[in-house]
Design a protein around this ligand. Structure first.
Ligand code: NAD
Ligand code: MG
Length: 407
């Protein structure tokens, strides 16, 4: 019998020029690891907020044409060091730099891996410029889903989900309904099942939750991720955001989406059809799998991740989530049902509340309380212009800041 191929085989593929928005983060670094296995992918541009040390290492290794630092001082610092090393990488600064490398005519693929609302302008610009957009930055879609999907329909862009659950659903849907914007109800789909690990506090005593520390909240049992999404996973707001994300990506409604806690994070999500068939996507909990799937789509290539050995896995379990333990999940589902600016307000309030928790200003269980109070103070509207979205976002942030200062 032939032995299976080694996991570090390099492939010969059609060449592609990539911008990675948020390259110094967890998804950005995993993307570079996959790209390092496949020389056909050229790194056109890398971007970060202010992490000069990491960006310098990435520039020296991948030699992009452009490096963007949003922070102007960080951009100056990077430029000096790169010049000193004889590098040809050009350094740009600010949001204009992000827009320039997300839309440049020499780029065909954009990995959107900035965290939070800051990722919306360059990600939306990449869609409008008809790029192949690999979407990790779920907050951009949640904040402005309708506008985002309208821009997608009006362009020749291709949107591929990186979030492991949505990438799994994408793989389980019939090929003709996978691409964002199509109505999956017409394809015999009964429901989408999004799985969730339940995070680090799935089983701890409820009364201890208020006193958990940021370090405990960021210690995810199965995935290694940035701090914001780690806290979102601990509150399960991440799954609430993912319900909204799935509604936009797959043209469905919250009632057609079920959330199940699956502590082993092996089944990444499932699609149930009208005939009773359920198609699931399984794999090791490693973001290099959805990243390499989306880079190579519609083909497949080696991701560098380990292969799944089901015989050595613990039993796979599935539970209905407890909405008393996880009020953020309920808030997310309600915002999905409400629509309009409700997801924009939810996302903005959550970003401020998570930031306040991470910097020790509020307790863990204050997060849902603050979000609910912000929601109660703002009337939702139709979210059909960028001006309305910006206004709802800023209003929600201002109220959330005031509330966190008083807590
Ligand atoms: P991270 O915190 O590790 O990295 C964030 C990146 O964004 C960094 O490169 C940082 O420099 C950049 N950034 C931060 N603030 C910025 C700003 N104001 N302007 C421009 N750039 C800024 O985050 P991550 O875990 O890699 O997550 C990135 C996105 O992917 C998030 O939206 C997250 O929800 C999503 N996601 C992550 C994972 C995961 O496993 N990490 C899984 C699914 C989805
Ligand atoms: Mg996810």
């Amino acid at each position: 019998m032939n032995s299976p191929p080694a996991n570090n085989i390099r492939s010969e593929r059609v060449s592609s020029s990539i911008t990675i928005l948020g390259s110094t983060g967890s998804i950005g670094k995993s993307t570079l690891e996959v790209i390092a296995l496949h020389p056909c992918y050229q790194v056109f541009a890398l971007t970060a907020n202010n992490n000069v040390a990491e960006m310098l290492q990435q520039c020296l290794r991948f030699q992009p044409r452009f490096a963007v630092m949003v922070d102007a001082d960080a951009a100056n610092q990077l430029e000096q060091v790169l010049m000193g090393q004889g590098s040809t990488t050009r350094v740009l600064a600010g949001e204009e730099g992000l827009l320039a490398v997300a839309t440049h005519s020499a780029v065909d693929t954009v990995m959107a891996a900035i965290v939070g609302a800051a990722g919306l302008p360059p990600t939306l610009a990449a869609v409008e410029a008809s790029k192949k957009v690999l979407l990790a930055n779920k907050e951009a879609l949640i904040m402005a889903g309708e506008l985002f999907m309208t821009a997608l329909a009006a362009s020749d862009a291709i949107l591929l989900p990186i979030d492991s659950e949505h990438n799994a659903v994408f793989q389980c849907l019939p090929p003709e309904s996978r691409l964002a914007g199509s109505d999956i109800r017409r394809q015999g789909v009964r429901k989408i099942v999004l799985t969730a690990s339940g995070g680090p506090f799935r089983d701890v005593a409820l009364e201890t939750l208020q006193n958990v520390t940021p370090a405990q909240a960021c210690r995810h049992p199965n995935w290694s991720m940035g701090k914001k999404i780690s806290v979102d996973s601990a509150t399960m707001m991440n799954k609430g955001l993912e319900v909204i994300e799935a509604c936009f990506l797959f043209g469905t409604i919250p009632r057609q989406i079920e959330v199940l806690i699956h502590p082993q994070s092996i089944v990444h999500s499932m699609v149930e059809y009208l005939d009773g068939s359920v198609i699931a996507q399984l794999g090791s909990p490693d973001m290099r799998i959805p990243i390499s799937y989306s880079l190579a789509w519609p083909e497949r290539m080696n991701s560098g991740a380990s292969f799944l050995d089901l015989t050595s896995q613990p039993d796979l379990q599935f539970f209905t989530p407890d909405l008393i333990r996880f009020p953020c999940l309920r808030l997310g589902i309600e915002a999905a049902e409400q629509g309009g600016t409700a997801p924009t307000i939810l996302n903005a309030a959550n970003e401020i509340a998570v930031d306040s928790f991470l910097s020790g200003r509020i307790g863990f269980m204050d997060i849902p309380v603050i979000i609910a109070r912000v929601q109660a103070q703002i009337t939702c509207r139709k979210a059909d212009t960028i001006a309305i979205i910006r206004q709802a976002d800023e209003h929600a942030r201002a109220i959330a800041r005031e509330l966190t200062a008083r807590t």
